[in-house]
Design a protein around this ligand. Structure first.
Ligand code: BTN
Length: 255
C-alpha cells in the first residue's frame, strides 16, 4: 500500500486506502470486506484485472486515472424500492457534477455511464454483500479516464475519451477523487433517506438515453424502441415498435 489517510467529510470518518497495483479495487474490497469500515475508499494507481459491468474487462494500466471503490455499511434494509437500489445512479450524478467543472457536454447513459459527446469517460459498477439475507455492505466502484491519450484508448471497443483529451490538461486524480468524495458524502444521508426521487430531475436533465431511439441488451434479450421515461426507482420504460411499454431495470444501452 502506498498511503492511508483519514478525513472527516460531513461528520463522517472517511478513510482512504491508496494502493499502487491491485487486481481490482472492487474485488479487493469485496474479498476483504470485514477489514474495511463504513466510508472506506479504496483506490489504486493501476489494476491488474479491472472489471466492468457484465464482467467486461476495464482497461486499468494507465497511471493517473481513477480506479476507486467506496464501501458503505450500516445500510437500511435492501429491497427493490429502497434507495440503495439506485446508488449507482447517485454515484453517476455525483461524478457528472464534478466532471462538469472541467468539461461541458457531459451526459449520463442509462443506467450509469458518463459520456462526453457520446464517448465514455467513466463507468460505475456496484456490488452488494449479503449475509443471511441481510445487506452487509455495498461497494461502489468507479473508473474515470483522466490521463489517457487517444492512442491509449484505441484498443477499447466502444468510443471512449478522457479528461486530458476533453480538457487538454492533466488534472491530478487526487483533486478529482477529493471532489467526488466530498460531494458523495455531502448528499448521501439525504439520498439514503429519500432515494432516487431527489436526483431524478437532475438525472433526467443529463440523460442521453431518454427521448431517443435505443436498443437495450437485457439478460432476457434485446429490446429496441423509444426510451420514454425513467421512474422513481430508476427503471427505464421503452415503447417498442408494437407500442408495448417495456420496463427494464437492468441492461446495457447500445451506442
Ligand atoms: C462499466 O462501465 O462497465 C463499469 C466500470 C467500472 C470500473 C471500475 S474501476 C474501479 C473498480 N474496480 C473494478 O474492477 N471496476 C471498477
Amino acid at each position: 500500500m502506498t498511503e492511508t489517510y483519514s478525513e472527516s467529510l460531513y461528520s463522517k470518518d472517511v478513510k482512504f486506502y491508496c494502493y499502487d497495483t491491485i487486481n481490482s479495487t472492487n474485488r479487493y474490497a469485496l474479498d476483504n470486506i470485514n477489514e474495511f469500515n463504513d466510508f472506506s475508499i479504496i483506490s489504486a494507481d493501476t489494476q491488474s484485472s479491472g472489471r466492468g459491468r457484465f464482467d467486461r474487462n476495464w482497461k486499468s494500466d494507465k497511471n493517473g486515472n481513477i480506479y476507486a471503490s467506496i464501501v458503505l455499511k450500516d445500510l437500511p434494509e435492501y429491497n427493490e424500492e429502497s434507495p440503495i437500489a439506485t446508488i449507482t445512479q447517485y454515484m453517476a450524478v455525483t461524478v457528472k457534477n464534478v466532471l462538469r467543472e472541467y468539461i461541458k457536454n457531459i451526459s449520463i447513459k442509462w443506467p450509469n455511464d458518463i459520456l462526453v459527446n457520446n464517448k465514455k469517460i467513466c463507468g460505475i459498477l456496484s456490488s452488494a454483500v449479503f449475509s443471511k439475507n441481510r445487506l452487509d455492505a455495498v461497494v461502489i466502484g468507479f473508473g474515470i479516464n483522466i490521463t489517457n491519450t487517444k492512442e491509449d484508448l484505441e484498443s477499447i471497443e466502444k468510443p471512449a475519451t478522457s479528461l486530458l483529451i476533453e480538457y487538454n490538461k492533466i488534472v491530478d486524480k487526487k483533486e478529482i477523487l477529493q471532489k467526488i468524495s466530498k460531494l458523495f458524502f455531502k448528499n448521501l444521508d439525504l439520498f439514503l433517506d429519500k432515494g432516487f426521487s431527489i436526483i431524478k430531475d437532475e438525472y433526467l436533465a443529463s440523460s442521453s438515453t431518454i427521448d431517443t431511439n435505443v436498443t437495450v441488451h437485457t439478460p432476457q434479450g434485446s429490446v429496441s424502441g423509444f426510451a420514454e421515461s425513467i421512474d422513481d426507482k430508476g427503471i427505464l420504460t421503452i415503447i417498442d415498435n408494437e407500442e408495448n411499454k417495456i420496463k427494464i431495470n437492468t441492461g446495457d444501452v447500445v451506442w
